[in-house]
Write a protein that binds this ligand. Structure first.
Ligand code: SF4
Length: 153
């Protein structure tokens, strides 16, 4: 079950979107120089399934997107939970973004998201706002996922 430790509205995480950002704990990636180590804690924070409707309602009058910052332990249970939340968000007319800290190519189950960010944090490469970053942000278009990372620069 996914847990979170904070949420808030931000224009920074997804270019062009006012995003309700949900900070999900239980991250297993253990990036050296992790910039948010609290997100690595398991069993920390509130259960997201108990509060997702309240969170979506809180900013829904000014938000255009929901951004899930993390996938928890990234197992089947967490993925099904995220897919359920994406459906809820889309039902409210909100776009959906997933931040994965894993070094992967986009996985099939992620196709429900309008935006997907992938890649671990490497201090020497910088965050996604740096042109030297290893991280990538993709937008889901009719032509498939398109790399939009440069919109952060
Ligand atoms: S993915 Fe993010 S939260 Fe997880 S270890 Fe890496 S920097 Fe920290």
């Amino acid at each position: 079950m996914l847990r979170y430790i904070d949420f808030g509205l931000s224009h920074m995480e997804v270019p062009g979107e006012a995003s309700i950002c949900i900070y999900i704990t239980g991250c297993p990636n253990q990036c050296p120089d992790c910039h948010y180590p609290e997100l690595q804690s398991k069993d920390t924070g509130e259960l997201l399934n108990e509060n997702i409707e309240i969170i979506l309602s809180f900013y829904s009058h000014i938000a255009s997107c929901v951004c899930f910052l993390g996938e928890g332990e990234a197992g089947d249970t967490e993925r099904n939970e995220l897919l359920n939340y994406a459906e809820k968000a889309h039902g409210r007319g909100l776009m959906c973004c997933l931040y994965s800290g894993r070094d992967i190519v986009i996985e099939g189950w992620m196709r429900v998201f309008d935006y997907v960010k992938i890649g671990s944090y490497k201090k020497g490469r910088g965050p996604i706002s740096s042109p030297t970053t290893n991280q990538r942000m993709y937008k889901n278009t009719s032509a498939g996922f398109v790399d939009m990372t440069s919109e952060f620069w």
